[in-house]
Design a protein around this ligand. Sequence first.
Ligand code: FES
Ligand SMILES: [Fe+2]
Length: 332
Amino acid sequence: MQVTLPARLYGCPDAWLRERAGVFGRTWLFLGHEAEAPGAGDWIAADLAGHRLLMVRGADGALRAFHNVCRHRAGPLVSGVAGNCGRELVCGYHGWRYTLEGRLRAATGFGAAEAFDPREFGLLGVRLEIWRGLAFVTLDADAAPLAGTVAPLEALLAGRGLDIARPAARRAHELACDWKVYAENYLEGYHIGSVHPVLSDELGSAEYRVRVEGDLVIQEAVGVNDGPQAGVWGWLWPNLGINVYRDGAMIERMTPVGPGRVRLDYLFLNDGGEGALGEALVASDRLTDEDASICEAVQRNLSAGAYETGVLSTVHEGAVGWFQRRIGEIHQ
Ligand code: FES
Ligand SMILES: [Fe+2]
C-alpha cells in the first residue's frame, strides 16, 4: 500500500523553498517555443518557481537565456512575457545596457569607480537547448544534455509519426492550489468519470492507460486512436504536459508561483486550421475549469487540518505514486 505525501507539504513555505531549489533548480525546464522569438531582439520571459528567466535572440540568430536581473542592483531587464528589445537589453532601473549576448556595453551615467571592470558584470547566463522547436533551460550547470531527458518523448512521437507544430495561441490561468495538487491531478485518469462528464462520454469504453518511462509519464485512451482525439498525453518531470493530437498539440506548463499557488501556461500548437484551434480552446477552457474547481477544493481540505495522509490506487494512480516518491526524496 502506498501512502500519500503528508498534507503539510501542500501550500507550505518551507516545502516551496525546498522544491524551488531541489526540483526546479536542478532539471530542464520548458521556457517557450523558439518561434515565439523569431527575430533579433525578440525575447520571452517567465517566472519559473521564482527563478526569473528570459531568452533573447541575438543578431547572429542564436537564442540565449539569462536570469532577468541586472548586475548593478538587481533591476529587471524586461517586464512582461514577450517583446522586442531592439539591439540591446536595457535595465529598467538605472538604464545599464547589455548586448544581446549578455555583455555589459554601458553602465549608463555610472561614473568612475576604482577597480570597476565592466567585463566582470555581464548578465548571468543560463544553459538553453532546443528540442523539436521547444526551448528548455536549466539552472544546473552540471545537468546532462537535454536529449537524454526528452529521449522517451522523442521515441514516442517518432514512433507515431506525430509532430509538434508552431504556436497558434496562448492561455494562462492561476489557481489557488499547490503545484503538486495540480500535477498529481494531471497524472491520473481516475477522476475523469466524476470531474469531466463530456470527456468521459467522448472516451466511452476506451481503456485508459498510464505508464512511466524515465522522466516521462505517458497517458493514452486506447480505442479512440483513429479520430481527431488520436494522440497521446505526455508529462515530463517536473512540470510539463505535452498533449499531441492528430491535428496539433497543446503544451501545458504548471509552475508554482508561491506556496499554495500554481500558474498554468498553455501554448496551443496547431496545424488543423482555425476551426480545430477554436474547438481545442473551448475544450481546454472547460477541462481547466473542471480541474481548477476540484484542485482548489482539495487544497482547501489539505490546509484544513483534518486529513493527514491517504492511499494510492495501484490500478489508476501509479504515476501519482512515482511523482510523490520523487518529491518525497527532496523532503527527506
Ligand atoms: S539595477 Fe540595473 S541599472 Fe541599476
Ligand atoms: Fe482532469
